[in-house]
Design a protein around this ligand. Structure first.
Ligand code: RFL
Ligand code: PHB
Length: 392
């Protein structure tokens, strides 16, 4: 098979890229190792930045998001038994975020692609990217029990943290920056309306807790747990009891609503950046190039930024012959990536309790939160980071 752009991976990065290339009339083939049901059910992100929602709309993929997504004008910080609302539009000149699950973004993009786009092959596992330094790169892949080759002009590795695309960049040319955390997130989905109409980020001596949602009748919540925790070690009652403790407040109106837990999983927290994000005709996008700790809700949004940048750059080259944007791809993306790493790591440090935290560390965290609630410039910095950094 032959195409212009070989896209490896049908997560949000690969699927949106395919849509953008389809819209621009640039041929592309998507290879995805898992089956369609798996890709559509994998529970992950829930928060779309202002610019991400706009990018989906501009790609013609925002119709259901605009109907069913929940625009959120604020988040709550909870600490020291206090509640503080951060008013996002008031601090950012009108920006807000949208609660719309990654599963739904993927379903919408898959439906559009299958209706009027190019090939999207499920259960097609990329094995290796070859010839990235040449004008004719190839992706070797396995599909239907046979090994095949996809010949192309460009390869975009959208195959996530565990993918193979990154391996095609020689180690001598790569710089990897990493941080692992000694804690993880235990996440649940529960059939109960969220207890609050905005997200609650809680700092507590027992550890971080996050109250989120997927729909008006579906709660999503997370607890900081030690790295290596097995989700099966936590009963539903223990999870609700712990959420109750960490969300404690002096506000008598507060009550945590409990309901049946339908899914439970543990996500390690890590930060990882692979530089550069380009090698010859191979481009890396999304989690294939960078991971952020989830506290800032940035991962999916960065993936969207990368592929919008790539599609714009390739379209410019096709239309004008100017390779400038494509040559700048890695630098353009990495500027935004490092801002998101900075923001996500700072949010993580502000809200999580390290296993070796001292009373001094606790007081520093509380002072940091106090400053956000008391000083408008500090609160504005948080709101700007949360609603998202500009694409260029
Ligand atoms: P994905 O989603 O991992 O997709 C990669 C795809 O590539 C496929 N693949 C291959 N296909 C072919 N051949 C191979 N050899 C392949 N190897 C892998 C995989 O099957 C998969 O389909 O990466 P992408 O597209 O870059 O998207 C990134 C996002 O998924 C990720 O950053 C976010 O989910 C992170 N994240 C959040 N991001 C946000 O912006 N807001 C949030 O609120 C948010 N919350 C979260 C999160 C991630 C979480 N977990 C589980 C890591 C909450 C959690 C708990
Ligand atoms: C989620 O709902 O999955 C979610 C929300 C906010 C975050 C991370 C994850 O910061």
């Amino acid at each position: 098979m032959r195409t212009t752009v070989a896209v490896i991976g049908a997560g949000p990065a690969g699927l949106l890229l395919a849509r953008l290339l389809d819209n621009a009339g640039i041929g592309n083939v998507v290879l995805e190792s898992r089956d369609r049901a798996y890709v559509e059910q994998r529970q992950r992100a829930g928060i779309l930045e202002h610019g991400t929602a706009e990018a989906l709309r501009a790609a013609g993929a925002g119709e259901r998001m605009d109907r069913e997504g929940l625009p959120h004008d604020g988040i709550e910080l909870r600490f020291d038994r206090r509640r503080h609302r951060v008013d996002l539009p008031a601090l950012t000149g009108g920006k807000y975020v949208t609660v719309y699950a990654q599963t739904e973004v993927c379903k919408d993009l898959i439906a559009l692609r299958l209706a009027d786009g190019g090939p999207l092959l499920f259960e097609a596992e990329a094995l290796a990217v070859e010839g990235a330094e040449t004008a004719a790169p190839r992706v070797r892949y396995r599909h239907g029990g046979r090994e095949e080759v996809l010949e192309c002009d460009y390869v975009v590795g959208c195959d996530g943290y565990w993918g193979v695309a990154r391996e095609a960049v020689p180690q001598a040319l790569s710089r990897v920056s990493e941080r692992t955390y000694p804690f993880a997130w235990l996440g649940i989905l529960a059939d109960v309306p969220p207890s609050h109409d905005e997200l609650v980020y809680a700092r507590h001596d027992r550890g971080f807790a996050l109250l989120s949602m997927r729909t008006p009748v579906l709660t999503r919540a997370y607890l900081q747990v030690p790295a290596g925790t097995d989700a099966a070690d936590w009963s539903d009652t223990e999870i609700w009891d712990e959420l109750d403790r960490r969300l404690e407040t002096d506000d008598p109106a507060w009550r945590l609503a409990r309901g049946p837990v339908t899914a439970k999983s543990v996500t390690p927290l890590r930060a990882h950046v692979h530089e550069p994000m380009r090698h010859g005709r191979l481009f890396l996008a999304g989690d294939a190039a960078h991971i952020v700790p989830p506290t800032g809700a940035k991962g999916l949004n960065l993936a969207v930024g990368d592929v919008v940048t790539f599609a714009r750059a390739l379209t410019r080259l096709r239309d004008t012959g100017d390779p400038g944007l494509l040559d700048a791809y890695s630098d353009t993306c990495l500027r935004r990536v490092w801002q998101a790493e900075r923001f996500s790591c700072a949010m993580t440090a502000l809200l999580h309790r390290a296993p070796d935290a001292t009373p001094f560390d606790d007081r520093l965290q509380l002072a940091g939160l106090d400053r956000i609630t008391a000083v408008r410039s500090a609160e504005t910095d948080l709101a700007e980071g949360y609603t998202g950094f500009p694409l260029d």
